[in-house]
Write a protein that binds this ligand. Structure first.
Ligand code: URA
Ligand code: CA
Length: 433
């Protein structure tokens, strides 16, 4: 087999076989196929797309390019959740203990990653003593015992994807739905989940800026998941403004605690119940999403969700007393309120810009080596559709540097006010299965 023939075949719109796709992924991973040929191939895929079969083969080949996590020692159906990313998305912190509290095993492998705020692990590390450096055996034991544990990413997971993603990044081939879908799904599948719930974001703060593209990506990922024998469902949710009020690591932990108490922001609460219900159904702990939702609501009401969070934190060395006393979380030295200069309805909050504001304060990582400040971030007080009077706070900035002029300017530029009443945006557009 020759790579040049496979490039030509894809360029001319023909379907590649399983063997051909395996050949090119294996060759690329081990260095036999050079970057320039893989670049040409990616560009051919960008223009010609991939058939359903090709997408499954590509995903499987990438899964097989490295280690696969074996979760078979954990009882029950392991359901993972993936969000395509956004600003201030605190769902994982809420969902892990919430669904675990009704008996769904949550075996979460998580990373630090780059972004506006840290990853799930960074957020959890704002709790004194909490650590994810546990052995695979400890991880398995903890999930069996408490139904939830988080372990740091280890091993050589999907090296083909790492290499291909880096190449796509510099060859203008990231924005290809089959390539994005297989990239995301290969990582989830290699991480060992039996079933997967996807939260595909749409809007200004999301990767997919419009609803049609988001639906297309979601359907592609659902087809891949089901195509490789992992039950997969997706929802499309709004990321035209940040989710919840908190954007920042410790601030989001506090927001997650509030949500587990039933006192969280309405949008975060609703999204967690929707995603959680799917997870419970896929784990076969409820017959349908209505029943699942009732179970989750009850667990929030009777304190079981919160209790599960405490047990989970303590089991991994964390100071669980923060749950009752969130003042023990890292706190910033300065808080500055950004006040509205005029009255009006909030018409738009550019999610991406709020994320950048949090990053300027030090909440996120610009490079892998950056050290993040867990205490800082922004708390929104007004969301799209809310009415505001002059002098009311739009946002509170939590900072460890005294001068936050640049961030204040950014916040003002981020909020657009309108005279006429503005409807709250739809939170969940549709489900895909
Ligand atoms: N996220 C991924 O993991 N892969 C892509 O290709 C795009 C976004
Ligand atoms: Ca949030």
């Amino acid at each position: 087999m020759r790579m040049v023939d496979l490039i030509e075949k894809k360029r001319d719109g023909f379907e590649l076989s399983k063997d051909e796709i395996q050949f090119l992924i294996n060759g690329f991973t081990n260095g036999d196929i050079p970057d320039y040929q893989m670049s040409a191939f990616s560009m051919a895929v960008f223009f010609q797309g991939m058939t359903k079969k090709e997408r499954v083969y590509l995903t499987e080949a990438m899964v097989q390019s490295g280690d696969q996590i074996d979760l078979s020692g954990i009882e029950g159906i392991k359901v993972d959740k993936h969000s395509t990313g956004g600003v201030g998305d605190t769902t994982t912190l809420v969902l892990a203990p919430l669904v675990a509290s009704v008996g769904v095993p949550v075996a979460k492998m998580s990373g630090r990653g780059l972004g506006h705020t840290g990853g799930t692990i960074d957020k959890l590390e704002s709790i004194e003593g909490f650590h994810v450096e546990i052995t695979n055996d400890e991880f398995t034991d903890l999930v069996n015992k408490n139904k939830v544990a988080v372990i740091g990413q280890s091993g050589n997971l999907t090296p083909a994807d790492k290499k291909l993603y880096a190449l796509r990044d510099v060859t203008a081939t990231v924005d290809s739905i089959p390539l994005i879908a297989s990239s995301i799904m290969s990582k989830k599948i290699a991480a060992g989940a039996d079933a997967i719930v996807l939260d595909v974001k749409t809007g200004s703060g999301a990767f997919m800026k419009n609803l049609e593209d988001a639906k297309d990506l979601a359907q592609t990922m659902v087809d891949i998941g089901n195509g490789v024998g992992r039950k997969t469902k997706a929802i499309i949710s709004d990321m035209s403004q940040p989710l919840g009020f908190a954007v920042g690591n410790a601030l989001e932990v506090k927001e997650a605690i509030d949500t587990l108490k039933g006192q969280g922001p309405e949008d975060l609460h609703e999204l967690c119940l929707t995603l959680g219900s799917y997870m419970v159904v896929l784990a076969e702990k409820a017959a349908d999403t209505n029943q699942a939702r009732e179970m989750l609501e009850k667990s929030i009401r009777n304190g079981k969700a919160l209790e599960t969070f405490k047990i989970f934190l303590a089991a991994q060395g964390g100071d669980a007393s923060v749950v009752d006393d969130p003042a023990k979380l890292p706190t910033a030295s300065y808080t500055v309120e950004v006040l509205a200069k005029q009255s009006g309805y909030v018409a738009e909050i550019a999610a991406e810009e709020i994320g950048i504001a949090a990053m300027l304060l030090g909440a996120g990582r610009a490079t892998k080596e950056s050290v993040i400040d867990l205490a800082v971030g922004v708390m929104l007080h007004k969301k799209v559709g809310d009415y505001i009077q002059p002098g009311e706070a739009l946002v509170t900035i939590h900072s460890n540097q005294e001068n936050v002029e640049e961030v204040i300017e950014k916040i003002y530029a981020t909020y657009r006010l309108a005279d006429e009443k503005v409807e709250k945006p739809t939170l969940i557009y549709t489900e895909i299965q």
